[in-house]
Design a protein around this ligand. Sequence first.
Ligand SMILES: Cc1cc2nc3c(=O)[nH]c(=O)nc-3n(C[C@H](O)[C@H](O)[C@H](O)COP(=O)(O)OP(=O)(O)OC[C@H]3O[C@@H](n4cnc5c(N)ncnc54)[C@H](O)[C@@H]3O)c2cc1C
Length: 285
Amino acid sequence: MGFEYHQPSTTAEALELVARFPDAEIIAGGTDLMVRLNKTRRVPPALISLRRVQELTHIENGSGLRIGAAVPLRDVATHPAVAAGFPALVDAIRVFGSPQIRNMATLAGNLCNASPGADCAPPLLIYDALVELRSAAGVRELTIEDFILGPGATALEAGEIVTAIRVPPPPPAARSIYLRKGRVQMDLAITGVAARLEMDGATCGAVRIAAGAVAPVPRRLPRTESVVAGAAAGAETWARARAEAQHEISPISDVRASEQYRRHLTGVLVERSLARLASTNGGGT
Ligand SMILES: Cc1cc2nc3c(=O)[nH]c(=O)nc-3n(C[C@H](O)[C@H](O)[C@H](O)COP(=O)(O)OP(=O)(O)OC[C@H]3O[C@@H](n4cnc5c(N)ncnc54)[C@H](O)[C@@H]3O)c2cc1C
């Protein structure tokens, strides 16, 4: 049995199709969706592709960034404004899947799939990104925390699509990084940590830390952040942050790693990311 395949060229057309086929699947890069359809053998009544929707294929750089929902990750990572202001996002995309996956996959798809280990979510959390949602009723914007509700669950309502991810401009002196560890290349994260730090001489200023694959949803670590903000930069503070992060998260054991190893590794990545941010201009590996 087949299904209808629609390729609208405007957002208005896409929304009409979403309203006409309430059980349709929206497809951006298809790197999660096609795997899911294959596994479940579900045949949706229609697939609505966003790839030819012109308004969704651009990155606008004005007051912050507006990254269209159909922009492939490769183009996000190579955009000069992303490279200049949002290095943790570039770090995340650099370790993401493979070149083929990065050519197809989108930021919006990564968030809509709502995996606890979604690599782009921790960087977007430290950058205070907003998810722009559009339906026939209008536009609304949600924080990442309000958008990703649980594993595979989002606040997306019937008749809505994500049209863009908006990222406000970063504070001028902020440095940021994303570090993640998987078992092998192309594996999903065992854990991933994004951090953003502003320094005030030898003292830590504002700090944001977020982690993925350590809880049902990617999340900020506010208790760990409060250990660092206002503290003297140095090994003692990084070690305290490491210990706090290990307590603050609630990881599970699964095929990728045990709960204990995830706690250990997350602490290590928190400590390492802060040490690198304080001593260099950021940039991850
Ligand atoms: C080999 C392989 C390696 C991978 N490696 C990684 C990795 O390293 N890190 C990682 O985080 N993920 C990884 N993934 C998962 C996947 O590539 C990402 O989650 C990707 O960002 C999904 O984006 P997409 O555009 O392909 O989404 P799609 O598969 O097109 O869609 C995913 C879901 O989101 C919905 N959706 C997509 N766009 C919208 C929109 N604009 N509005 C409403 N709903 C929408 C779809 O209906 C679907 O339910 C990997 C996948 C594969 C197959």
